[in-house]
Design a binder for this molecule. Structure first.
Ligand code: HEC
Ligand code: HEC
Ligand code: HEC
Ligand code: HEC
Ligand code: HEC
Ligand code: HEC
Ligand code: HEC
Ligand code: HEC
Ligand code: HEC
Ligand code: HEC
Ligand code: HEC
Length: 357
């Protein structure tokens, strides 16, 4: 190895000069390139400028132009610039604007794949690089904004984006929150055209609040279907009537008094529960004595006590259930079987709302 002979700087310099002249001669003769660190060649490390990375395969004369060795520039930027006599790769025109030396971001291995360090970058200056030319800019379909990137992005990653809502005008949320520019409504979102801030704050989507002001009566189920908003729980009374026939908008419980539509329903005291008649938990009432539907006896035939319903005292004639199935009308006691003269009149004996038979 040449190094073994390099006892001192002087002998080294002589040797190098010698080598150099040999090489100049070689360059002149041979057309082919001379590779650095070819076997037996100079240990360039000793020059204080080790040939590493791409420089290992660079031709000697690409740096040592016109046979000049001593004083060849050492700083990357001295050669890797268009004003150098050394023809080396230079910064592309779309290079990020930099003030640091090349080697703070690049090695001699390759200029490509450099990691950019944002240390020292001033807030609000992002777009000076992030303009789609020098560094990644806003992709197509990006939220429409002229704000600086760092209003919504950190330097570590574009995702997730954040946003300072301080200057946002109430009611304008959807200009951004449309699912493209910024997060929009979820697929199964409550059906509404109202501005997001009717129900949401800017700090978090949850919890959401909902004002029923302006909700049209009878339209509850368009939202309350279990998807857009809370729907009927399992085991709920099976009914096709709108929620507000039984519920208010302030709370699901307690249910409000129910007003029947069907004329078959006979008003009862509130002590008679829904399930007392709707034994199948559905709109259809249970008619235990279907033959008497829709009269009182359709449900109460079993409560009929014949002995208490004398038509004639003596000889005794009793009313049948069928005759008194509506629990009203001619339940008088007559003097005899001609039923022409009323002996005793009874009225209001057991009205469905009076309590007890
Ligand atoms: C990437 C550029 C580059 C390449 C390629 C390169 N050198 Fe150098 N070389 C330098 C630099 C820079 C110096 C240091 C110059 C200085 O400090 O004065 C140097 C120094 C030298 C010196 C010592 C000059 C002196 O008087 O101190 C010699 C001799 C030399 N190189 C020979 C070669 C040979 C032979 C090759 C090819 C095998 C080669 N170099 C390839 C950049 C290069
Ligand atoms: C003395 C001139 C000189 C100096 C100083 C120098 N280079 Fe080079 N460099 C060259 C030459 C000549 C080449 C080969 C031609 C080319 O590919 O540009 C090269 C090639 C490269 C390549 C490969 C480029 C490519 O795309 O093929 C990289 C990377 C590189 N140098 C990085 C550096 C870095 C980093 C520094 C500073 C630490 C540096 N260079 C210093 C002259 C120099
Ligand atoms: C602050 C960091 C930084 C500095 C300083 C810097 N660069 Fe870069 N450079 C980059 C980044 C980042 C890239 C893009 C890398 C990529 O896209 O793979 C790049 C890309 C390049 C490329 C294109 C590489 C390619 O193949 O796409 C070249 C050439 C280059 N720089 C040369 C230089 C030179 C010459 C210097 C010094 C004069 C320099 N750079 C200084 C960060 C820097
Ligand atoms: C001096 C130029 C420059 C400035 C100023 C700058 N950046 Fe960068 N930034 C880059 C380069 C170069 C890259 C890497 C290549 C690219 O993504 O285009 C990068 C990458 C990023 C990345 C991607 C990081 C990754 O690893 O995926 C984010 C995010 C980013 N910058 C955000 C910002 C923000 C926010 C600001 C303002 C506070 C900012 N940058 C200012 C040059 C800059
Ligand atoms: C008002 C807020 C806002 C501003 C300002 C903003 N962005 Fe964005 N950006 C977003 C949102 C929101 C997304 C979507 C993020 C997501 O889907 O998680 C996004 C997405 C991106 C993406 C795509 C990220 C990915 O992985 O898909 C890039 C790149 C990006 N922005 C770059 C920029 C650059 C560069 C700037 C400055 C010139 C900028 N943005 C300014 C809000 C903003
Ligand atoms: C100029 C665009 C813009 C406007 C206007 C806007 N936002 Fe945002 N908002 C964003 C961006 C960007 C984000 C962050 C990325 C995302 O969540 O999509 C965000 C995030 C949010 C978040 C999530 C916060 C978190 O940390 O989870 C909520 C909630 C929100 N906005 C509500 C609102 C409401 C309510 C309004 C209307 C008063 C509104 N925004 C107006 C751009 C906007
Ligand atoms: C009428 C009230 C109302 C309006 C207006 C409204 N939301 Fe909602 N939003 C809700 C309710 C209620 C929920 C469900 C809350 C829950 O699951 O506890 C919800 C849920 C969401 C969620 C899902 C949150 C999560 O993490 O599960 C997002 C995102 C959302 N809304 C975005 C929006 C956006 C964007 C707008 C405006 C374009 C908007 N909302 C308008 C009431 C509303
Ligand atoms: C535009 C959609 C929409 C319509 C229409 C609607 N609601 Fe709501 N309602 C909601 C949302 C959203 C909530 C809150 C989230 C949830 O409970 O799923 C809510 C909550 C409720 C609550 C729970 C209140 C609480 O604080 O616990 C009741 C009760 C209610 N609604 C009843 C009704 C009734 C009755 C109607 C019909 C008159 C109705 N809603 C119409 C969307 C709607
Ligand atoms: C015919 C009357 C009626 C109608 C119509 C009705 N409900 Fe109910 N709902 C009830 C009754 C009765 C209960 C049970 C009350 C109890 O447990 O005390 C109930 C209970 C509920 C509960 C459970 C409350 C709790 O906290 O336990 C919810 C939720 C509910 N209903 C939602 C709905 C929705 C949504 C609609 C419309 C799609 C609807 N209901 C329509 C009568 C009705
Ligand atoms: C005394 C018996 C009785 C009671 C108590 C009763 N219902 Fe009914 N309900 C009926 C009859 C009878 C019908 C007609 C349907 C039939 O003949 O099967 C009916 C029909 C209904 C219907 C269908 C629509 C309508 O109004 O005609 C609903 C809904 C209903 N009832 C809900 C309730 C609820 C809720 C309660 C409790 C608050 C309740 N019912 C209590 C007897 C009753
Ligand atoms: C669809 C079935 C049904 C019909 C029709 C019906 N009821 Fe009832 N009624 C009930 C049920 C269920 C109860 C409560 C349990 C019981 O007392 O048998 C009840 C209770 C009563 C009670 C006792 C009330 C109390 O507070 O204890 C009277 C009185 C009564 N009904 C009268 C009538 C009369 C009068 C009619 C006809 C106008 C009538 N019912 C029609 C189902 C019915």
């Amino acid at each position: 190895m040449i190094r073994n002979f390099c006892r001192n700087e002087r002998s080294r310099a002589i040797l190098l000069a010698l080598l150099a002249s040999v090489m100049i001669a070689l360059f002149a003769l041979a057309a082919g390139p001379v590779r650095a660190q070819a076997p037996g060649s100079l240990d360039h490390l000793s020059t204080g400028f080790p040939l590493t990375g791409a420089h290992q395969v660079a031709r000697c004369e690409s740096c040592h132009t016109r046979g000049v060795f001593k004083g060849t520039p050492r700083a990357c930027a001295s050669c890797h610039t268009s004003v150098s006599r050394v023809a080396a790769v230079i910064m592309p025109t779309n290079h990020v604007p930099v003030t640091q030396p090349c080697e703070s971001c690049h090695t001699t291995a390759s200029f490509a794949g450099a990691r950019f360090s944002h240390v020292g970058i001033q807030p609000g200056t992002c777009a000076s690089c992030h303009n789609g030319r020098q560094a990644t800019g806003k992709p197509g379909g990006h939220i429409s904004t002229t704000a600086s990137c760092d209003a919504c992005h950190r330097t570590s990653s574009y995702r997730p984006a954040f946003f300072n809502h301080t200057a946002v005008v109430a009611g304008t949320c959807a200009t951004c929150h449309n699912g493209t520019s910024a997060r929009g409504k979820t697929a199964n979102h409550v059906v509404t055209t109202a501005s997001c801030d009717t129900c949401h704050r800017t700090t978090a989507w949850l919890p959401a609040t909902f004002s029923h002001t302006g909700v049209v009566a009878g339209t509850c189920a368009t939202c309350h279907n279990g998807t857009s908003a809370k729907g009927k729980p399992t085991g709920h009374f099976v009914t096709s009537r709108e929620c507000d026939a039984c519920h208010t908008t302030t709370a699901w419980l307690p249910v409000k008094p129910y007003t029947h539509l069907s004329p078959f329903y006979k008003p009862h005291n509130s002590s008679v529960t829904c399930a007392g008649c709707h034994k199948s938990n559905s709109e259809a009432a249970t008619w235990t004595f279907a033959a008497y539907k829709p009269d009182c006896a359709g449900c109460h035939a079993a409560r009929f006590v014949p002995g208490s319903h004398k038509k004639v005292d003596s000889p005794q004639i009793l009313y049948t259930v069928g005759e008194l199935k509506d629990c009203s009308g001619s339940c008088h006691t007559y003097t005899n079987s001609t039923f022409t003269t009323v002996l005793r009149a009874r009225s209001g004996q057991h009205r469905s709302t009076s309590g007890g038979f």
